[in-house]
Ligand binder design. Sequence first.
Ligand SMILES: [Zn+2]
Length: 565
Amino acid sequence: MTQKLIMSLFAVIIIGVFSGCDKSDGEKTGDALPQTKSDSASASVIDEETYRRHVATLASDEFGGRRPNSKGEELTVDYLVSTFKSLGLSPGNGDSYIQKVPLISVEVTNRPALTINDNKGNTLVLEYGKEQVVSTRRQIPDSELLNSEVVFVGYGINAPERNWNDYANVDVKGKTVIVLINDPGFATQNPNLFNGNSMTYYGRWTYKYDEAARQGATGVIIIHDTKPAAYPWATVENSWIGPQFDIRRRDQGKDLAAVESWINKEKATALFEMAGIDLTAMYQRAQTPGFEAVEMNLTASTSLKTQTNEVVSKNVAALIKGSEKPEEIFVYMAHWDHLGIDASAAGDGIFNGAFDNATGTSGLLELAAAFSNLKSSPRRSVLFLAVTAEEQGLLGSHYYAANPLFPLQNTVAGLNMDGLNNIGATHDVTVIGYGFSQLDGVAEIEANKQGRVLAADREAEKGKYFRSDHFELAKLGVPMMYLKGGYDHKENGLDYGLMKSAEYTANHYHRVSDEYHADWNVSGALDDLQLYFQIGTAISNGSDWPNWNDGSEFKALRDAQRTPH
Ligand SMILES: [Zn+2]
């Protein structure tokens, strides 16, 4: 134990001073012989040169921005499979490293208007794009609302564990629900209401759409509001116009609402005025426990023409088989895809996606290398999962969760990587979804061994936990971690870390300028990967089943999943 602690301190010093230029087990053969096996979980296991080579390759122009169903996908998938193979990992899907992911693209082609009528002959027409975006996840040529009655359902939340049901005492079957974005906790900043400033899953648009469908609604209208949505109307407009990839839906998605939509705040105000209802007062009521839905005495109509196309993309899965409990799985995941090429975009039009997510994918490969270098396999199996179509709405991970290669009830926990530190080592580690599960405890022990501390997400109101791949497994019950680089920069302090992060978001996020540069300081990524390795080692060598904390929206699901029947 003491020796391990010394070794880990030693590793931190090595990484800190020499920027991870050496493995602590030191031996580099320089030829084709296998590398010296590491016998300590706390020794530095990530190789900087290899990590940089992976990032540079995946983010190269040749890989064309790694869009699903492109030449870039072929190159990327081949690169991942051959790397896993050369490391000696087993295929994760029988005798294959590939899990095929059938995708459907759905595009609304007729720019439909959304028309609201009252019973006095008044009409309000909302223009497509500027004032509303109507869409559908039904994979059929025509979807419509025909004089569908409109009901205001507040935040559209049904949360039994919080005793909150916006759908109590109202029947919305065949009707169109109009809902607010985010949740009452964010709106009131009351820490005792939902999770206060920190968004819950109930705040996400995906949840609003899915719950409305479960309630039998035919239409959904979300009122956009920049602050609680965490992005401006332009983002809504850009995201929902054009082809939308989706998984192939059972029954062509007929269990979903026919029409899903966003409207801007200005038109929402006009719509409520038309009904003689004060929207501001409705916000207040919706934030109060015991809220009851309000019939608007309005109807909604629209008619969508859609074009659908089928494509097949790929998840890549590789396995280190456990020595004692091979059926129990710890999963590392990262999305390999990015946005591809847009000839009309600035510069060369290639969205290289270096940070997002060549870094996480390279980290996945380096973690696989670290595990393959261990003298003895861990007790439990470790799955390395590179998923597709994250940028299209977490589709590769969604498909995996619906068609898991290993049963979810045997999946102990997992860790997702999306964007690894490129600004240098930090004292802190950001936990997105801090306080959600007992996995925080594992992360804390291992971070402390590195002389580092956990820090809660600084922008918890943005609901980032619900916006990357781990969430697809989390929402089916599996406790999942989403860790990110810290901000408290070891050399330049906290303000520097915050400044660099803001700079990335403003200038490079989802832009062609997200490119790899040889002068990136990857010491922080190496520290973080070392930490991720130690967390995975601790869990895969242990016998605990870390669970969601009490009050979590996913705990009941996990408890049921883990109950033998
Ligand atoms: Zn990403």
